[in-house]
Design a protein around this ligand. Sequence first.
Ligand code: GDP
Length: 530
Amino acid sequence: MTELMDKIKKRRTFAIISHPDAGKTTLTEKLLLYGGAIHLAGSVKARKSNKHAVSDWMEIEKQRGISVTSSVLQFDYDGFRVNILDTPGHQDFSEDTYRTLMAADSAVMLIDAAKGVEPQTKKLFWVCHRRRLPIFTFINKLDRYGRNPFDLMDELEKVLNIRAYPINWPIGIDGHYKGVYNRLENTIELFEDDTSHGAKKLKSTTGSLDDPKIRELLGDELYENLCNDIELLDMAGDEFDMEKVNTGELTPMFFGSAVTNFGVEPFLERFLQYTPPPLPRKSDIGDIQPEEPYFSGFIFKIQANMNPAHRDRLAFMRIVSGAFEKGMEVWHSGTNKTVALKQPQQFMADEREAVEEAWAGDIIGLFDPGIYQLGDTLSGGPKLHYENIPVFAPEFFSRVRPADSMKRKQFQKGITQLAEEGAIQTFIRTETGREEFMVGVVGVLQFEVLEHRLKTEYQVDIVMESMPFRFVRWVVSTPKPIDQLKLTSTSGRAKDSRDRDVLLFENEWSIRLACENNAGLELAETANRK
Ligand code: GDP
C-alpha cells in the first residue's frame, strides 16, 4: 500500500449531532480520554460550567472561543486517526452547524435515554439523511432511569423513519445496567462500578455469552432476560447490512453513559471499525476519490476576527483528496488564481497547532486574507469545482438597520462579512411599499452575535425588530408572478441576497396551503450558495 493510501484509510472524520444537554460535550471528552488525548476527564466540563458565570457578551465571546478551538478535535485510537467535527448544538445553533456536516463522512446521533428524539436532533438528522450520510446512534445516560431500549428503537423508526440495528445491547435493569452484549461478536462486556466519577477509564470483564464465569457474574435472572432480549431482537429486528448503513437506511445503535464511561469504549471501537474512511465528493468533473494523487479540498466554514487585535480570518477546509503540505501552491476556484497555503492550523484537544502536512479526510484552518468564500475549491490537480454547499432555511427573522444612518457604509461592510461567514442571511422585502432589509438566522443567538460583532468590530449600533416569520422557502417554479400567488395574509414575499424569490411563512400550515392553492408552485428548503 502506498503511504497516501495508508494514511487515508486510517482516517475517520465525523460529527456528533444531538439536542442540547444530551451529553455531547461529555461524550466528546470521554472519546478524548479513551483516545489518550487527555488524561483525566473533567477539563472540558469545567470550562463549560465557568461559562455560565459570565455576562451575556462574554458568553458569546466564549461561545465563539469554544467553537474556534474545538472546530475539529483530532486524536489517535487503535491505529485510527480520528477527527471529530464540532457542531455547535447549544444556543449558538446556526447555519454553521448544518454546514459542518458537509465536511463529515458520518454522524453520531446522541440521544438522551430518558428523552428520546428531540427537536434539534431531528433537524440535524434530516440534514445528514438528505446527504445519505451513515448515522450511528448512541443512547446516552444509561446510568439513570430511562426509556426501554425497545421503545427507543421504535421511536427512531416512527419519528425519523430509520431502522435501527443495536450492536451493543444493555444488560441489566433500567438505571442499573451492568454491561453490554455485542450481537455481532456474541461477546459480553461487564463494567465495574465507576469510582472516579468518570474521570478515569472503566475496568471491565469480557467473555462470551456461554462463558460460565459471565453467567455467574450476571446471575440467572439477568442472564435469562438477556437471552430473551436477544431472541426478540433476532426474530423481529433487521439483519446487519453495511450497505444499508452506508446509505443511511439503517443506524447501528449503541447504549452507554458518557458520565460514568459505561459502554463508551465498546462504542468507540465498533464505531471506528464500521464508520467509513474518507469518502469521495462530487465535483463538476465527477466523483473525486480521496486517493487521487493530487491535493484538493473545499471550504465549509469561515470565521473572521477571532482575534480582535489582528482581524484575522480563518477558512476551514475539508481535504478531499491527496496530501497537503504547508506552503503548497494550489489553484483557487473563487479567484481562478494560484494561492500559497500559508499558516495552516490544526486543532488538537485544546490548542491550535501549526500543521506541516495533512491528508484526505483531515480538516485544516487556513489563514484567509479575505479571498475565500464558503464552498470554494482548492486544487493542486485539475481545475475542479466541488458540489455547492447549500444555503439552509433560516428560522428567525428581523428587520435590521443602523441606529445612526450616517453609519450605513460600516453597517453594510459588517453585514456582508457576517453573510459571507454564513452566520446570517439577508433578504429584501418589497411588498410593503418600501424596501425592508431583513436578516434571517437559523438559531436565535445569532442575532445577539450580529449585534455584538457589528458594535465591537464595525462600531455600529443597530436597531432590530423581530418578525413573526419562522419559515423561508425558495421558489423553484411558480405558475404565475409571485405577487399574484394566493397566500395566507400572514405570509410574505421577498428576495434573497442573490435576488431570488422567496416566500416567508409563520407556520407549516401556510406552506401547505400555498402549495395547495397554487398548483404548480414548487418550493425548496435549501438553495444554492452561488
Ligand atoms: P451537551 O449540551 O450535549 O454538550 O451536554 P453536556 O455534555 O454538557 O451534558 C449535559 C448534562 O448532562 C450535564 O449535566 C452532564 O453531566 C449530563 N450528562 C451527560 N452525560 C450523562 C450521562 O451519561 N449520564 C448522566 N446521568 N448525565 C449525563
